[in-house]
Design a protein around this ligand. Sequence first.
Ligand code: DHB
Length: 306
Amino acid sequence: MADLKVTLAGIPLRNPFLLASGIWGESGSSLAGAYAAGAGGVITKSIGREPRPGYPNPTVVTFDQWGFLNAMGLPNPGIESYPEEVATARKSGALVIGSVFGPDAAEFADLAGRMADLGVAGLELNLSCPHAEGLGSEVGQDPADVEEITRAVVRAVKIPVIVKLTPNTSDPAGLAEAAERAGAAAVSAINTLRALAIDVRLRRPTLAHGLGGLSGSAIKPIGVACVWQIFERVKIPVIGVGGIMTAEDALEYIMAGARAVEVGTAVAFKGIRVFGDLVRDLGRLLDELGIASVNDAVGMAHRVPA
Ligand code: DHB
């Protein structure tokens, strides 16, 4: 059986499948459940300094079988209420990566330090939520902002810092270069794409917030292209995310250059057991293709002779 173990920015993972942020609740027990279901690691909901209720409903539009448009509004309990959840997830043996968001470098650094103190294995900076005023991609679209925020966080913590990048820009690889210059241990690409649905009967946007973020199968080729370009321009590892429903989708990202992948929308459509299926199916697929390990497959599509 092919070897699925990978090391991501110094973090050993039993397999490359990470639970994406914000998909399976924020509680320690749900994170523990995702790890028990087979995920190689789990990423928390993005946590901020103060509790946020999020936007009013409706917050999600479902596209049959392939994706979501969502604008939740970064609902989270705030960092002060979060130690217990991380403790619960860690006690179960889960490998936990803490996601944080904020409006500027100072708040990111403060939050990152507090999340690191909870004993997470790494941090993921949400510089890419596509619709939150003053947060997410609004502070993550400009390479100078990405560099400043990443540098502040890297100085504040001793654990690996992963920067989750937005595709809502002309040059995602330029953002990855900025993160690398600032000392990021890895980048993840991509977050959701800014999108809108209109309810023609109500004559208004379907989501209460109006603009939202698109996820699922439709965005996979965009994510694979971003990973492909980023892989060619930085040395730090890349985590692929966006529309991974099957092991073949994951292997596309891996061959484009991803060392690990995050799974989000597929969990909502298929249930948490999708992790066990992905692990089994990726092992079988690598065996079928005669590839000995995930490591061997990373970036493989770049090396095909013309
Ligand atoms: C939310 C949506 C995102 O796509 C994201 O990256 C972060 C937060 C949200 O609406 O809560």
